[in-house]
Design a protein around this ligand. Structure first.
Ligand SMILES: [Zn+2]
Length: 143
């Protein structure tokens, strides 16, 4: 899921959760996206996020999961994240670059994982690209 900053034609700013930028455009075209304050469906996406919500809202790469049994003691969310990370394309050190390309629709939307420094992560968050600490290490760290 991604958090998009949206603006209605009455100037109300609000946030919406969507599977992808594509999902937002599709729902918006079908007038399924409404301003929570005035209910208009004339809503546009702001080009970049002025801020990033902290906490659980930083999760960007989640996908809808079919439920499956998790390991003992592991929450369903954690299990979903682990499954997601295992399926994610490992782009290694190209993660910040690739995350940007996906965010700006220059690359196919998909789940990726890789490595990023604290500074790179902060820059991505500043650009409104939500990143998520991977619950499993990259392959080359598994011994
Ligand atoms: Zn409004």
């Amino acid at each position: 899921m991604i958090v998009l900053n949206l603006l209605c034609d009455h100037g109300h700013r609000f946030e919406g959760w969507f599977a992808s930028g594509e999902a937002f455009r599709d729902q918006s075209q079908r007038h399924l996206v409404h301003c929570p304050q005035c209910q208009t469906s004339t809503v546009t996406q702001l080009p970049s996020a002025p801020h990033v919500k902290r906490g659980v809202s930083d999760v960007a790469l989640a996908e809808k999961q079919t439920s499956q049994a998790g390991a003992p003691g592991m929450s369903a969310l954690n299990q979903a994240l682990v499954n997601m990370a295992r399926r994610a394309e490992n782009v290694g050190e190209r993660f910040p670059e690739e995350a940007r390309r996906i965010h700006y629709d220059e690359a196919p939307a998909r789940t990726i994982r890789g490595t990023a420094t604290a500074d790179e992560t902060r820059e991505l968050l500043d650009e409104g690209i939500a990143v998520l600490p991977a619950p499993v290490p990259p392959e080359d760290e598994i011994h």
